[in-house]
Design a protein around this ligand. Structure first.
Ligand code: WQD
Length: 356
């Protein structure tokens, strides 16, 4: 039963300078929202906002450099702005890195979420879109996974996400006026079609697409394919890649559905199609016009053989489905990398992206 609630107009985006966050800011600004950003720039750069505003043709309402675990600093943002809803993207997100830094992952992902929810409660904000992860399913087999699949997190990263989901479910149980829309991302990839925004992680990329893009542009010698002995058609691991523009479109659509029903609602975000590492390599080679050099390496700890989404639930609930495919992802990711061989670092010296 839908409840009458005014649609949100001012949205706080945590991690708004990051890969998903920066694309989300453009999507929200393009659709008339007032956007407030908090980010600690641990895996992002402030230069991104000049590009966000160029694409949107309007300004981000305010950007605050802060760690969301700093509860006083975060609450001051809520004091200054009448926030209607929060999109919580801020956090660490590497499966492999989390095995090396478990305490940091729990502290940042769980501690940060607790600090955020406390600030929301103190300021009467009761609508949250939460960025979760398909990694909560663990190695759950090759079939498409729906939201009823038991959670078997197999890394500290996945466990931190699952813990946050349970915290948010308890908050909603305790506070019937709260609505949490929990989006379990599969593998966001690609870039804004303009080539102005893309994935530019600090240091060595953990994820397949950005690492491969840096190989293709000459920053790295070759890709290591982690494992060629999985029980998959070509022996390499299978994932469900989703264009980052589809990913952030789903977040914007979510904002229209807080009034559908209170409580916590969980949705998979994916294409609903499995693609192996070698198939991604082939698609990216096609996009950049030359073979991407690679070699096989041992499996990476914590990796699942296959993770593919059943995306029926979000389509039924919101009437939304992704529209972009792997070709679009590779084309757009390559355009960003080609125009920004060293990522946003170049824009520190030159305001416009160009072949560096
Ligand atoms: C994909 C495949 C690797 C790098 C991601 C996000 C995580 C979560 C789940 C959102 C795997 C292989 C990778 C490389 C490789 N999403 N690979 N060589 O591990 O599925 O996790 O999706 O929350 O945040 O990180 O993505 O891109 O790291 O790996 O062979 O240099 O590519 O083994 O099979 P992953 P990934």
């Amino acid at each position: 039963m839908a409840r009458f609630e005014p649609l949100p107009s001012t949205v706080l985006v945590t991690g708004g300078a990051g890969f998903i966050g920066s694309h989300a800011c453009v999507e929200l600004l393009d659709h008339g929202y007032e956007v407030i950003v908090v980010d600690d720039y641990s895996n992002s750069a402030p230069q991104v906002f000049a590009r966000v505003e160029r694409l949107a043709g309007r300004f981000v309402g305010a950007v605050y450099e802060l760690d969301i675990r700093d509860h006083q600093a975060l609450s001051a943002v809520f004091d200054r702005h009448s926030v209607d809803a929060v999109i919580h993207l801020g956090g660490f997100k590497s499966v492999s890195e989390s095995a090396r830094r478990p305490v940091d992952y729990y502290d940042t992902n769980v501690g940060g979420t607790l600090s955020l929810v406390r600030s929301m409660q103190e300021h009467g904000v009761h609508r949250l879109v939460y960025s979760s992860s398909c990694s909560v399913y663990g190695d759950a087999g090759s079939g498409p996974l729906d939201e009823t699949t038991p959670a078997r997190p197999a890394s500290p990263y996945a466990a931190s996400k699952w813990l946050c989901e349970q915290i948010l479910a308890d908050v909603c149980h305790h506070r019937p006026d709260y609505t949490v829309l929990c989006l379990r991302y599969f593998n966001p990839a690609g870039a804004h079609p303009s080539g102005l925004l893309g994935e530019d992680p600090r240091g060595t990329p953990d994820n397949l697409l950005p690492f491969m893009a840096q190989v293709a542009v000459g920053r790295r010698e070759r890709l290591r394919v982690f494992g060629d002995d999985y029980a998959t058609p070509d022996g390499t691991a299978v994932r469900d890649y989703l264009h980052v523009m589809d990913t952030v479109e789903a977040h914007r659509v979510a904002l229209d559905h807080f009034a559908d029903a209170p409580g916590m609602h969980v949705y998979n975000l994916g294409l609903g199609k499995g693609t192996s590492v070698l198939e991604v390599v082939a698609a990216f080679s096609e996009a950049c016009g030359r073979p991407v050099p690679y070699e096989f390496a041992p499996r990476r700890p914590g990796d699942a053989a296959a993770l593919v989404a059943d995306v029926t639930a979000v389509s039924r609930a919101w009437g939304w489905s992704p529209t972009r495919d792997l070709t679009d992802m590779c084309r757009d990711a390559w355009r960003f990398q080609r125009l920004n061989p060293h990522g946003y670092e170049c824009s520190a010296r030159r305001p416009e992206p160009k072949d560096c």
